[in-house]
Ligand binder design. Structure first.
Ligand SMILES: Cc1ncc(COP(=O)(O)OP(=O)(O)O)c(N)n1
Ligand code: TZP
Ligand code: MG
Length: 555
């Protein structure tokens, strides 16, 4: 290990002075106990301090971390990650490192007093929502940070217990373990160790399985943080990137795809920063973690082939969204939840009964105003299904209407459909996501809030909720009623489309439940078991339009 711990001469540029408003943070709940949730509503006093602008400016994360000269990790990664998520990021630098894609060539810790001074400068003046920590090179720096947070409490503290770089170089004193355990963890809302760090924090226990990770998460939780995320990126024999999220009661297994790339330098810093950024925007913890995981996965995927540096640890591109926006000019836009407005689901039995081809049924429903189509061909032979799906794709593409395939991921892949809809006994959505990649649309049928939560964890784009009313289209299908629909909508952030026995006669009552994420209705028989699909779709559409304009008026 080549790291050299040098000490910068202390150079106080300005003394801690008059710009310190110690009382300013009084609006924030001081952390009496490590487990008290820190919700910080804006008060009138704070509004007045904002010059009466009425709104706080940007959500703000302060990163307390080391500088990485290669800019893949550390403070540089944190600033880029927060910026990519629309969050302001200030930075207190704890050490300057000389590093690149080969490894860490030198470490130059910033004197503790100067870390304290930087903390005071930022925390006394700027409205920091969340503090995120990275490299804390010494027990002294940990102490300085804890003292500053007591003086200037923030809404939440995200601790990434950085100890060793990906190249294997030490980034904090071994004695720092005590600093983390003794004081910092008790103040932390979430701690995000990887397997090596979790093992070091627990005295070197071996962590080889998901069950080991779960018990490690529980043990680390006993050290004080409210939540623990043990990252399983290095877990042996695992094709997925499995992380364990422990909320104090339950271990959640969070699955992601393992991206094959050398460009993984800085993933830990980025993940923790994204969690902090999402918390700053007001997300609950599990949602923040999920969003952070999805961001990192997309960034790794987008950057998997870039070449920066000659060593084994390349950086990735945090600002991939800027580029992907440009790259996507002229390509299919990503999923728009408003497409769920009038969701037409085909049925081969009904098409046979009315002597129609699938393509004619699809054309007619689009002509009548369907905004998304699902091919639900339960009896079709695979070869015929693929052929029909290809023809329907052409029709849908030419009208800009997304086409999804029911159940059959293979058929969706074969015809390059826009996505797949799966139910509770079909292929799990997280496996579908893995097969289809991040750009395709995945819908999951849910009857309960628990299923909706799982759908979201699995990376679904929307929920199909029902059967809302009794239907003969799907056998043995439990009816959940409007109350069941409302419960699912309220429990989920995902957009929802209602299904089951819905047509022009009752669509209004469905939309009237008033859940903002209920985006539309899906219909089979009220469109396709009718003589004229075009006019039935038009009728249903005008009921939905009427319901949505009334909803707008009543806001
Ligand atoms: C939009 C939408 N919602 C729900 C379903 C039902 O899917 P699933 O539970 O898999 O049942 P089958 O359709 O496969 O019988 C759906 N298809 N579309
Ligand atoms: C596929 C499905 N999933 C829940 S209910 C249902 C059938 C909906 O058909 P219909 O619109 O004819 O009631
Ligand atoms: Mg199904």
């Amino acid at each position: 290990m080549a790291a050299v711990f040098l000490t910068l001469p202390s150079s106080p540029i300005f003394p801690p002075t008059a710009r310190v408003h110690a009382g300013r943070r009084g609006v924030f709940v001081a952390r009496a106990s490590a487990r008290a949730p820190m919700i910080a509503p804006m008060s009138e006093a704070m509004d007045a301090e904002n010059g009466g602008r009425g709104q706080r400016n940007m959500p703000h994360v302060l990163t307390v971390a080391g500088s990485d000269s290669g800019a893949g990790a550390g403070v540089q990664a944190d600033i880029k990650a927060c910026g990519a998520l629309g969050v302001y990021c200030s930075s207190v630098i704890t050490a300057v490192t000389a590093q690149n894609t080969v490894g860490v060539q030198g470490v130059h810790p910033v004197p503790e007093e100067f870390v304290a001074e930087q903390l005071r400068s930022v925390l006394s003046d700027m409205e920091v929502d969340i503090v995120k920590t990275g490299m804390l090179p010494s027990v002294g720096v940990v102490k300085v940070l804890c003292d500053s947070l007591k003086e200037f409490p923030v809404r939440a503290l995200v601790v990434d217990p950085v100890m060793v770089s990906t190249s294997g170089d030490m980034l904090s004193e071994p004695s720092n373990l005590a600093g983390y355990r003794n004081e910092l963890f008790a103040m932390a809302d979430i701690v995000t160790p990887n397997l090596k760090e979790a093992s070091a924090l627990l005295g070197g226990v071996s962590l080889r399985t998901v069950a080991d990770m779960c018990s490690a998460a529980k043990s680390i939780h006993n050290l004080g943080p409210r939540y623990v995320l043990v990252k399983g990126g290095d877990l042996p024999d695992s094709s997925d990137a499995i992380d364990i999220f422990f909320d104090g009661e339950e271990c959640h297994e969070l699955y992601g795809s393992r991206i094959k790339t050398r460009n993984t330098h800085g993933t830990g810093c980025t993940l923790a920063s994204c969690i902090a950024a999402e918390l700053a925007k007001g997300s609950p913890m599990l949602h923040a973690v999920q969003t952070a995981k999805a961001f990192v996965e997309s960034a790794l995927n987008y950057s998997k082939d870039i070449v920066i540096g000659n060593g084994p640890q390349g950086p990735f591109d945090h600002l991939f969204r800027l580029k992907s926006q440009n790259d996507n000019v002229g390509l299919k836009p990503q999923f728009d939840a408003n497409d769920l407005f009038l969701y037409a689901v085909t049925d081969s039995g009904m098409n046979n009964k009315w002597d129609r081809s699938i393509t004619d049924a699809v054309k007619a429903s689009i002509e009548g105003g369907a905004t998304i189509i699902q091919l639900r061909e339960k009896d079709a032979e695979t070869r015929n299904f693929v052929e029909a799906a290809m023809a329907c794709m052409e029709i849908c593409r030419s009208h800009g209407v997304p086409l999804l395939i029911n159940d059959r991921v293979d058929v969706a892949l074969a015809c390059d459909a826009d996505g797949v809809h799966v139910g509770q006994s079909d292929m799990p959505a997280r496996v579908v996501r893995k097969l289809l990649g991040p750009r395709k649309i995945i819908g999951v049928s849910c009857k309960t809030p628990a299923q909706a939560e799982q759908a979201w964890i699995d990376g679904a784009d929307y929920i199909g909720c029902g059967g809302v009313f009794p239907t003969t289209t799907k056998e043995n299908n439990l009816t959940i009623g409007l109350d069941g629909l409302k419960a699912v909508c309220l429990a989920s952030k995902l957009p929802v489309v209602a299904i089951g026995g819905i047509g022009p006669g009752n669509a209004h009552s469905v939309m009237k439940i008033g859940a903002p994420n209920l985006k539309g209705v899906a219909a089979v028989s009220s469109l396709f078991d009718r003589a004229c699909i075009v006019s039935e779709a038009q009728r249903l559409r005008s009921v939905l339009m009427d319901a949505s304009s009334r909803a707008r008026l009543s806001v």
